[in-house]
Write a protein that binds this ligand. Sequence first.
Ligand SMILES: C[S@@+](CC[C@H](N)C(=O)[O-])C[C@H]1O[C@@H](n2cnc3c(N)ncnc32)[C@H](O)[C@@H]1O
Length: 722
Amino acid sequence: MPRLTEQERQEILRYIEADKPLPDKYRFLLFEDKREVELVWNGKTSEVCNIVLPFQVIEQVDEPRAEKPEDTAIQSSLFDERGRQLRGWTNKLIWGDNKLILSSLKNGPLREEIEKQGGLKLIYIDPPFDVGYDFSMDIEIPSSDGTSATFTKKPNILEETAYRDTWGRGADSFIAMIYERLALMRDLLSEDGSIYVHCDWRVNGYIRLVLDEVFGKGHFNNAIAWHYSGWNKKLSTSFERRHDTIYFYAKSDQPIFNSFFEPWESKEAYVKARKQKIRIDDDGREFVLSDAGGGQRIKRYLDEVMEQGVVVDDVWNLDKINNSAKEALGYPTQKPFILLERIINASSNEGDIVADFFCGSGTTAAVAERLGRKWIATDLGKFGIHTTRKRMIGVQRALKADGKDYRAFEILNLGKYERQHYIGVNPNLREAEQQKQLEEKEAAFLDLILRAYRAEKTTGFAAFHGKKAARLVAVGPVNLPVTRLFVEEIILECRKKHITKVDILGFEFEMGLFPNVLDEARSKGIDIAPKYIPADVFDKRAVEKNQVVFHDVSFIEVKPHVSKNTVAVELTDFSVFYSQDSIANAESAIKNKGSRIVVEKGQIVKVSKDKDGIVTREVLTKQWTDWIDYWAVDFNFESKREIIRVKDEDTGAWEERWTGDYIFENEWQTFRTKKDRSLELKSVFHECMPGRRKIAVKVVDIFGNDTMTIVEVSVGKSGGKK
Ligand SMILES: C[S@@+](CC[C@H](N)C(=O)[O-])C[C@H]1O[C@@H](n2cnc3c(N)ncnc32)[C@H](O)[C@@H]1O
């Protein structure tokens, strides 16, 4: 029988003619030299992403709530009197898809910084094997009857796309997703580094083979069975599944490894395990006889054995987190502290960098910080990033209270540049061709946004691109925030052509643009509605299905209080304009005696039907403060420039460049926790140098989205709001 069918021959020819790599399956058909065992899936390729995008720092948390200079005394060698970390490594919490993050870490300038710290020693990942669970969030909202209602926030389309890419084609797409990321992680690890991959029965068979391929069979160390307790049901076709598997692979034969002990349950348990009887020596000490090899028997004293404990093997009996556990944060897939404590202690040393690229609620980072390690944590979900931010501030506060050391951390993303990448022009083209490609791409971008917004294209305007009902639509630039200048040009054209209703769509709006610019336009009879373009516009399917929602910009109002050379900020109003589902929809969909929670135009409403089908609506967000989960203040905004490192195309060297933005330095913050739902509405008075300054206030709502506003104040004898 011929080795290849006619169809396969044709397919190979097509690949060759298109100058594309052959799919892996042909390796087996064309060449004799096969690997022993290998997992092959549809679309398998050894190509790995090598894009480098600059990281953008969106927030820096130096020392939380450093209210007075004395507060920084504990680590005065590491922090200045304003609470800024003076030197050394800053921990990193990165928002975005870990594929781009990993390839930017691997190939970009941060790599050098990582290597300077001795390299990345340990990676723990717990990828989303709990199908569909990870991006939906249950948010507790207090009800009028004193109980609380649970609202399930659906994933946004970006998260849904990630989920679809991961699970859309079942195991195939999951394995393809993890394979590429594992290859990138392997390249990032230092030679003495290790990786722990957490998985359950659904995917552990595949992951083992993928890890064998990426790390080499010889670098397999353990398949740890994490067994957890629970109430076993008697099932009719199988046993209860009661463990997860954590694969431990090393990059080389010489990984960092610290074996450790746990205490014996009791003296009796030890004696039983040894199958020996207790003897007593002349001094009255209890011992058992133990085989020391070569027929030799030695005495093992029970007091010493009990002190030392039993060396840990690869079956770990540790409880899962239950809802009432002290550490529970309400993140559905949160793993226990004690599990990560074992892994981090075993495979890293103090001062080492530990990373988790699917960090969820930030367990790895929290444990790493407590154990004196440096950390990098990344997640695609905003809610995960926000949960980790709060958690890490909590850890910093606790360490500070105990007089222990902790590090600053920064929150980064690739946001602006991910979009730039989308419009990216091939740098290898000639200049004229580059220009042509740029124009084409920009036109395609405009079309895409207008289609997603369901607006018609218009011509003949300088500032406008489309029209939707009675409103003209202006689309902001793809790789820059909407600036004051951009809005001023819109106002100018409105005045010339008597236009009164405008929507501005932007990925980002220059900080401090609102609400002033809107008031100014209103005073001229122009109604401007700024709206955020969600990242999901890049998802073709979402656009086709009309699923893309452009949110109004949230609104914050603050009042500064100046007293001599101190200033405090009071939060006086906040509004959001989200929608998820609709009241009308819920009313027709729910059955008698049922209820559903929806979000409509910034109100969370519980819609219920009684036994006779009578509908009632209860607004759960009665006060504006109900929307706020967290807010923070930078008392001297614009004092830290955001610097990125980009490659000089001519010399190939990395150059520092100011992006024109400033980093939000988180100097004071208050937030709700699962246990303490209260929120302060006024910050402490913060000592400042006399003079004019800008204060930035960031608010994060209960869905994890953040907004910022800026106020200018004069501090000193004649202080007050500008
Ligand atoms: C099982 S959870 C991790 C839970 C975590 N171990 C903890 O203790 O909280 C998986 C996480 O992976 C994140 N995730 C999924 N796909 C991702 C991607 N492509 N890039 C980054 N994070 C991703 C999800 O948002 C989710 O938070």
